[in-house]
Design a binder for this molecule. Structure first.
Ligand SMILES: O=C(O)COP(=O)(O)O
Ligand SMILES: [Mg+2]
Length: 244
């Protein structure tokens, strides 16, 4: 889909499509993790609430929302942190002390989080910790289990988090603040951390690059990948059959 077609798609969105819940990495990005600029006109023109739901720390989706011209409706840290707009509190779930203890023990055993000298991945995290996929997974999982936590592999990082922390639960938690019900929502994602969103949203699409968990949980899988897949998902929400 070229940029002109994206503008046409944005201009043709009906008023009553439903709120949108969009993942960032792998869904609004290209294969280099850069934001696909073609998604911006569609996000900005979306007629109802747009929720950016990510495993990243809160400043990332807040900045994305604001630079896209949207209110900051965000789910960050795989549901550990959630906010609906400017007039509601930030809601937290998770066990940050346990996540910190896991990291300390992981480091004591000689492993590193793998993000280099200046770790911007965890700098603003409040409920979970993310570890590079270049670092060893097995010891991370066993230490996490000792502390009652789980490790989720999004394809972009290992996230050490509480088992009851998920994007889907966070969506339920802020739905009153948003003034929407999760069943009205249209969700797009690419990874196992989007499965909980797909379970509570009314309709869900996994983009073509999605992992097997996300594909299995979604109502629909696009053959297009990354930002292209997101745009095709929007077409499907509009009732079009864009692809075979
Ligand atoms: O932070 C990650 O590992 C993945 O982020 P995402 O949920 O926006 O895809
Ligand atoms: Mg993703």
């Amino acid at each position: 889909m070229d940029f002109q077609e994206t503008l046409e798609l944005a201009a043709g969105l009906p008023e009553t499509l439903g709120p949108l819940v969009a993942d960032i990495d792998g869904t609004l990005t290209d294969d280099q993790r850069a934001l696909d600029p073609r998604v911006l006109p569609v996000l900005r023109a979306w007629p109802e609430a747009v929720v950016i739901a990510t495993g990243k720390a809160m400043p990332y989706p807040v900045a994305l929302a604001e630079f896209a011209g949207l209110e900051p409706n965000v789910i960050a840290e795989n549901g550990g942190v959630a906010l609906a707009g400017y007039d509601h509190p930030v809601r937290f779930t998770g066990d940050p002390e346990a996540a910190t203890a896991v990291v300390e023990e992981y480091r004591d055993r000689g492993y590193s989080l793998g993000w280099g000298e200046t770790d911007l991945v965890n700098r603003w995290r409040e409920t979970e910790i993310a570890v590079s996929r270049d670092s060893p997974l097995d010891p991370l999982e066993s230490i996490a289990a000792e502390h009652g936590l789980v490790v989720v592999d999004t394809g972009y990082a290992y996230h050490v988090k509480s088992p009851d922390q998920s994007k889907g639960r966070a969506l339920e938690a802020i739905s009153d603040d948003l003034g929407v019900s999760p069943e009205e929502c249209l969700a797009v994602g690419d990874s196992t951390n989007d499965v909980s969103t797909f379970e509570v949203a009314g309709r869900s699409v996994a983009v073509g690059n999605a992992d097997e968990d996300a594909k299995a949980a979604a109502d629909r899988v696009t053959s297009a990948t990354f930002g292209d897949g997101f745009l095709r998902a929007v077409e499907w929400f509009l009732g079009r059959e864009p692809e075979a």
